[in-house]
Design a protein around this ligand. Structure first.
Ligand SMILES: Nc1ncnc2c1ncn2[C@@H]1O[C@H](COP(=O)(O)OP(=O)(O)O)[C@@H](O)[C@H]1O
Ligand SMILES: [Mg+2]
Length: 150
């Protein structure tokens, strides 16, 4: 049986990881990999290793037909492309879930996070700025837009 890949799309603090509570498949989170496998919140030097591990795990889950959610910001087409290509390679479905949220809400939520989960506000601004809305041309079978109000 072929599974589906769910790609979460949204800036930091938009509610992506919280949404996972109601997802029943496997989860790959680049934040969890950074923390659990490398013991860092973020380290530029380790990013290639983090992403290599994330892609390897993703391929493993997709190849074995599991439903899997890829929890990262995934804000650009360039970031989403390799994920979608992997899903297509094994005939898995591809869904996008977009977390739309205003900057002031993101900043407020970020400030109320525990210290180890706070993201620099510049990163939130940059990610919101670079956000490219997903389109069906990228290969999605379904795209859901979540408007999360304050
Ligand atoms: N629907 C929501 N309403 C209010 N606060 C939320 C909601 N979803 C998430 N949060 C809070 O916002 C913060 C960021 O959520 P999180 O899921 O970690 O975001 P992301 O994974 O996108 O960075 C957390 O403190 C979380 O409790
Ligand atoms: Mg998260």
């Amino acid at each position: 049986m072929k599974g589906k890949l769910v790609i979460l799309i949204g800036p930091p603090a938009a509610g992506k990881s919280t949404w996972l509570h109601q997802f029943s498949g496997e989860v790959i989170s680049t934040d969890d990999i950074r923390r659990r496998e490398f013991g860092v919140q973020y380290d530029q030097q380790l990013e290639p290793a983090v992403w290599q591990l994330a892609y390897e795990r993703l391929e493993e889950y997709i190849r074995s037909g599991k439903d899997v959610c890829f929890d990262a910001t995934n804000t650009t087409r360039g970031r989403r492309k390799p994920l979608i290509e992997l899903a297509k390679k094994y005939g898995a479905g591809v869904e996008g879930v977009v977390f739309l949220q205003e900057l002031d809400v993101l900043i407020k939520r970020n400030r109320s996070r525990p210290p180890g989960k706070k993201v620099p506000e510049e990163v939130i601004k940059d990610k919101l700025q670079e956000l490219e809305m997903p389109s069906y041309e990228e290969g999605f079978d379904k795209i859901e837009f979540l408007e999360v109000f304050r």
